[in-house]
Design a protein around this ligand. Structure first.
Ligand code: PRX
Length: 665
């Protein structure tokens, strides 16, 4: 894919007939299982007709001539159509009765608040689009965004979309090295960041991290939002957001882009050390983000929708920004940690407490109606104690959601009882960065739920569970989760590596998309996700590749070899355990373990910091020299069952590892 799109169209000014936003209020709600099954069957019979109906709810400047062009693995959706994503998310609401409706309700970690209406959001997005244009950013140029969860994050995304500059958001918890890799890979021309962001009362030095990341990159401009007023260094490429955006014109004529114009890339971990830039395009991605938000969360105009994900993850893209805003919804945005109290300045001098109730406090004060979070967070809430939610009036809630990893039935039950008060349905949503939007989920009020199951695929999504030859497996048999038909929000490529895209997702199982997850389907057709089948681990709902952590470890001068595995963890789902062989002359002691943990955090980010480091003289390998991770996983989880060890080159290695483990415990 060339970075400059040749199909940019200036057609929007000629055709400003947006579908009325009221269309959303009238949109189909699925009220029963039979209705879901009917809709599912209709979509199976005529997928293109079904998706065309969903796409028609966006504001298109020029209609498509063909719904789908599919030549495995390459899809083009709504071929010939043109649209501007920010028009669907902002302009058409600002031009309707929603202009004075809140688009974003914001609470910063200290407790500062802002309410931004659709009318204001429109002016801010236009200003930011004008500011980016004035700096020379053009359609096709990548812009990196490295911001805390503040309204400027959504404004920056929509401004990029408005001028056709694909954004690449890097989670604020990633280190400057991880940021540099991502900026370098997509050759970003500008970075939008902040002086800092609040996290558990401390300032995350975002601008400093950007400064460290920028040496030798293509970045020409850095736009800095003033958030924490911390000291930052300044160079000639830096501009304050308030200098360039606040002074820009609030009027901006949007240009429509080809449906297949890149909207964003987002890096995620694969099975190698190099993260993958997952590329999504405009028409198909936005169609599914809008459709799934409406269907799964049954959004209504009086909802306050709070998806707690950071915009640095795909969940924040689809369910904080693009999906809800395309539906004209009100979203809640909270900057900080779930266990950070407001500061006294924002509690009218009252004791803010320890902050373990912060989320419930936000729900109560803002009247949140739909709450969408990760099982890791739910398990942390359980650990912190029932008294925290019990101290708050959560009766505004009507629907709860879960995403990111399999939710254990205990956490599901707790969520339902303690947070939903046995009143709110729970939607356990399975999807991936690559799928762009929710693929498998119950529909509230329609699908009977089973704790721990994401239940059934959404209408339009064809799922199967197959063996490695692509043959469907029987009920309750484990297999690989595949998607057998293209869908509009599927990734289009791995930026700069189309071959890796083909082999990773379409090269494993003949003829369909391979998700990388194991799953089984029960006798009722309910899908149970069993977790990753590759070397990807899921720590607190965040994807990490074992290879990425290994490469960080072996880049340390005292490390000869390293192998990283996930071990089950009550709180985080999986925890990282690293087996390390030090170079000769170095001793594997506590000091080195500490040094290595910090080294990984510096290379990737705090979320990749190994929970445990085990030193070993040698690692278990096959005769051909391949590290046997399966055995290490067994050792790490304390299991004594070793399975098949016949290919192990040196049986003694395993004994030693197991003993060292038992010893330290
Ligand atoms: O293993 C699955 C798990 O998270 C992976 C996708 O991670 P990522 O691209 O970072 O996106 C996370 C947010 C969409 C999947 O391959 N996963 C996600 N949701 C669920 C899940 N596992 C079980 N149940 C879920 N609801």
């Amino acid at each position: 894919m060339s970075s400059k799109s040749s199909s940019i169209e200036s057609v929007l000014t000629e055709n400003r007939s947006f579908p009325p936003p009221e269309a959303f209020a009238k949109a189909a709600r699925v009220g029963s299982l039979a209705e879901y099954e009917g809709l599912y069957a209709r979509a199976e019979r005529d997928p293109e007709g079904f998706w065309a109906e969903q796409a028609a709810e966006l504001a298109w400047a020029r209609p498509w001539s063909q719904v789908l062009e599919w030549k495995l693995p390459d899809a083009r959706w709504f071929v010939g159509g043109a649209l501007n994503a920010s028009v669907s998310c902002v302009d058409r609401h600002a031009a309707s009765w929603r202009k004075n409706k809140a688009a974003i309700l914001f609470e910063g970690e200290p407790g500062d608040t802002r309410v931004i209406t659709y009318g204001q959001l429109h002016r801010e997005v236009c200003r930011a689009a004008n500011a980016l244009t004035a700096l020379g950013i053009r359609a096709g140029d990548f812009v990196a965004i490295y911001l805390p969860m503040i309204p400027e994050a959504a404004i920056a995304m929509l401004a990029c979309a408005r001028i056709g500059a694909p954004h690449t958001i890097v989670f604020g918890g990633f280190s400057s090295e991880a940021l540099a890799d991502r900026i370098g890979d997509c050759k970003a021309k500008a970075v939008i960041t902040a002086d800092g962001g609040w996290r558990r009362g401390a300032i995350v030095p975002l601008k400093d991290n950007v400064d460290h990341a920028l040496a030798g990159t293509t970045v020409e401009h850095v736009i800095v939002v003033e958030r924490c007023k911390n000291q930052v260094a300044w160079t000639s490429r830096d501009r304050w957001w308030h200098d360039v955006v606040d002074t820009a014109s609030p009027a901006h004529e949007p240009v429509a882009f080809d449906s297949e114009h890149p909207l964003f890339s987002l890096y995620t971990s694969g099975t190698t050390g190099k993260p993958k830039g997952i590329l999504h395009t405009t028409g198909g991605y936005l169609t599914c983000a809008a459709y799934t938000t409406k269907l799964v969360f049954d959004l209504r105009d009086d909802d306050v929708f709070w998806c707690t994900a950071d915009i640095g993850w795909v969940t924040g893209h689809s369910y904080v920004v693009y999906g809800p805003l395309a539906n004209g919804a009100t979203v809640m945005m909270y900057e900080g940690a779930p266990n950070a109290p407001r500061t006294r300045a924002f509690t009218s001098g009252r004791d803010p407490g320890a902050g373990l109730d912060r989320f419930w406090d936000v729900i109560e004060r803002w009247g949140v109606t739909v709450f969408y979070t990760a099982p890791t967070a739910i398990r942390a809430f359980m650990k912190w104690g029932d008294q925290h939610p019990a101290a708050h009036d959560l009766s505004s809630l009507r629907l709860l959601g879960s995403v990111g990893e399999p939710i254990n039935p205990e956490a599901w039950m707790w969520y339902r009882k303690e947070i939903g008060g046995d009143r709110c349905p729970i939607v356990d949503t399975w999807w991936q960065t690559e799928t762009g939007s929710i693929m498998i989920s119950p529909l509230p009020g329609a699908t009977p739920t089973k704790p721990g199951s994401a239940t059934r695929p959404l209408p339009g999504i064809s799922i199967d569970i197959v063996n490695k030859d692509g043959v469907p497996v029987g009920p309750n048999q484990g297999g690989f989760l595949v998607i057998t038909r293209p869908w509009p929000s599927m990734l289009r490529t791995i930026y700069g590596d189309h071959e890796r895209f083909r082999t990773t997702y379409f090269g494993e199982i003949e003829g369909c998309y391979f998700a990388g997850d194991g799953a089984r389907r029960d006798a009722d057709g309910y899908i149970w996700i069993m977790g990753r089948v590759d070397d990807v681990i899921n720590v607190a709902g965040h994807r990490l590749s074992t290879m990425e952590v290994e490469s960080a470890l072996v880049s340390h001068p005292k490390v000869a070899e390293a192998a990283v595995v996930g071990r089950p963890d009550d709180l985080k789902g999986q925890a990282i355990v690293a087996f390390v062989t030090p170079r000769s002359g170095f001793i594997g002691d506590d000091a080195l373990a500490k040094e290595l943990r910090e080294h990984v955090a510096k290379h990737i980010g705090a979320l990749a910091r190994p929970e445990e480091i085990r030193f070993a003289d040698a690692l278990p390998k096959t005769r051909s020299g391949k590290i046997m991770r399966r055995l290490l996983r067994e050792v790490a989880s304390g299991s004594t069952a070793r399975g098949d060890t016949t290919t192990l080159e040196d049986q003694g290695v395993l004994e030693k590892l197991a003993q060292s483990f038992a010893h330290d415990d």
